[in-house]
Design a protein around this ligand. Structure first.
Ligand SMILES: NC(=O)C1=CN([C@@H]2O[C@H](COP(=O)(O)OP(=O)(O)OC[C@H]3O[C@@H](n4cnc5c(N)ncnc54)[C@H](O)[C@@H]3O)[C@@H](O)[C@H]2O)[C@@H](O)CC1
Ligand SMILES: [K+]
Length: 480
């Protein structure tokens, strides 16, 4: 488990209706329970809280411990800085209790003069996952004060030893950390308590995935992704246009490469058109397209590209030689289905619906959800990339783990929503996301945009309307 997963699962838990209050209550009570199990009851306990949510866990732990122990809560910092609703709520409760003694410590000199020799247990809730840089005063003095008693009193840190990962940190007997051990944590002993995250979080795609995938990287033009979309043939230009349009809301630049005939139908100032000679792509175009791909961060290939032999050959040759992360969609899937070895060593997302999945792998995904997840995972492992199987529930796998996206509605069976999806996944790859994350977040945003259109128009809408809702879906996610 990485810290970024915790961030994502937290948001997804909120989406499932699990409140920060519940999590904090479970965290604090888990700490209290662990202390009583290890050290017994009837103890004299000092809890040192900071003003963030780590401190909030300390407030809850103090309340639980006060039932059968003698507890003093030291708030290190200014009461006015307790900002989160849940930490403030628990602070107000503590202030109303007679059996918890409260001391507010703002002055470093005073902290240095404290005598803690009467305490059996010191709980360290000064700083947790929100720590930025070396501890500053007055927290720093509190850490040094606690360390004077290391080895004399039992020192239990909440989530991590305050100050970690800097060298100025609490010397804890152990830390009580929550639900999962985090890969980044190292060099201190950990006891893990569950705080009520449901198992669904392993598989559910939610706003957390999208929010994480959409975080901005740079303020300068071109730093937030450049995508190349390759598609279109004959008179067919709608599909690559939809993919490009949807992507243009997420990345700084979209190059749309299309045979010149269909390209003439498009006049959209948000896209950079790259017309290619002829009515459809053929192997002679590979070199030219690879050099455009050089300028992009990711590529979408396939929407509306057609199924003539020379085009299929073009797709395979391009995929084989392209070093950028790719989304392979629609007719592009049928082209690579004839020789899956072109995918070897590539970074890619395949976005088949059930029929295309059958063409690719010679098997129809089972209708039972869990079997579907299994077969998608198996095939993703075989091809060495990510597969996003579109359906009422989208199933996404990289061969190691699988995810399920539930946004979207029946109205999205209308033609072109798959192209919008391919564009979004491509854009999220161009933003630097891992393929599994890009595919998950893209599926979520596409479905959410579709749900927003349905809210307005009912179930009869078009894919262009879904594409144009993308910025609204993004705003909803970022504000969630
Ligand atoms: N789902 C979650 O996110 C949960 C979080 N929980 C707790 O919440 C903690 C994270 O809470 P927060 O994000 O509020 O962060 P913290 O409580 O770790 O710290 C944030 C506060 O510390 C200050 N600060 C940051 N770096 C500092 C430094 N170097 N010196 C002095 N002050 C500094 C900040 O200004 C801020 O006021 C976790 O460690 C965990 O204990 C638990 O309640 C369980 C659930
Ligand atoms: K801590």
């Amino acid at each position: 488990m990485r810290i970024e997963d915790v961030y994502i699962w937290d948001i997804n838990a909120k989406w499932l209706g699990i409140t920060p209050y519940q999590l904090m209550e479970n965290a604090g009570s888990g700490v209290a329970r662990t202390i009583e199990e290890r050290f017994g009851k009837g103890l004299k306990i000092a809890v040192f809280s900071g003003t963030g949510n780590n401190g909030g866990d300390g407030f809850v732990a103090a309340r639980h411990l006060s039932f059968e122990n003698d507890v003093t809560l030291f708030l290190v910092g200014d009461e006015a800085k307790i900002r989160s609703e849940e930490a403030r709520h628990n602070w107000e409760i503590l202030k109303g209790l007679d059996f918890v003694k409260i001391k507010v410590l703002k002055d470093s000199a005073y902290i240095k003069s404290l005598d803690l020799s009467a305490y059996d247990v010191i709980v360290d809730a000064l700083l947790g996952a929100g720590t930025r840089g070396e501890p500053r005063e007055p927290i720093r003095s509190a850490i040094e004060k606690i360390n004077e008693y290391a080895g004399k009193a039992k020192v239990v840190s909440i989530d991590l030893p305050s100050g970690y990962p800097s060298g100025v940190r609490v010397k804890a007997d152990f830390a009580v950390t929550f639900q999962w051990d985090k890969e980044e944590y190292d060099g201190f002993e950990r006891v893990i308590v569950k705080i009520g995250y449901p198992k669904e979080l392993y598989h559910l795609v939610g706003p957390g995935d999208a929010k994480f995938a959409l975080r901005k990287k740079g303020e300068h033009k071109g730093q937030n992704g450049k995508l190349l979309v390759i598609g279109g043939s004959g008179d067919y230009y709608g599909a690559p246009y939809l993919a490009s349009k949807a992507a243009s809301y997420l990345v700084d630049l979209v190059y749309l490469a299309m045979p010149s005939e269909p390209a003439m139908r498009i006049s959209d100032l948000d896209l950079i058109l790259r017309p290619i000679g002829g009515r459809n792509f053929s192997p002679g175009h590979v070199h030219e397209l690879l050099s455009i791909a050089e300028k992009a961060d990711a590529v979408v290939i396939g929407p509306g590209i057609g199924l003539t032999e020379e085009t299929k050959e073009f797709v395979r040759e391009f995929v084989k030689r392209c070093e950028k992360p790719m989304v392979i969609d629609a007719d592009g899937l049928k082209a690579v289905a004839e020789d899956l070895s072109v995918l070897n060593g590539k970074t890619f997302v395949l976005t088949p619906h059930a029929g295309e999945f059958g063409v690719l792998f010679g098997v129809k995904p089972e209708s039972l959800f869990i079997e579907k997840a299994e077969v998608v995972g198996e095939k993703a492992g075989e091809v060495g990339g990510v597969i996003l199987l579109k359906g009422a529930y989208d199933v996404i796998s990289d061969g190691k783990t699988w995810k399920c996206n539930r946004t979207g509605n029946r109205g999205m069976t209308t033609g072109g929503t798959g192209d919008v999806l391919a564009g979004l996944v491509g854009a999220l790859l161009a933003l630097g996301n891992e393929p599994l994350r890009a595919a998950s977040a893209g599926a979520f945003l596409n479905g959410l945009a579709g749900d927003m259109v349905k809210e307005e128009l009912g179930e009869n809408f078009t894919a262009l309307e879904v594409a144009k809702k993308v910025p609204h879906a993004v705003r909803w996610v970022m504000e969630f």
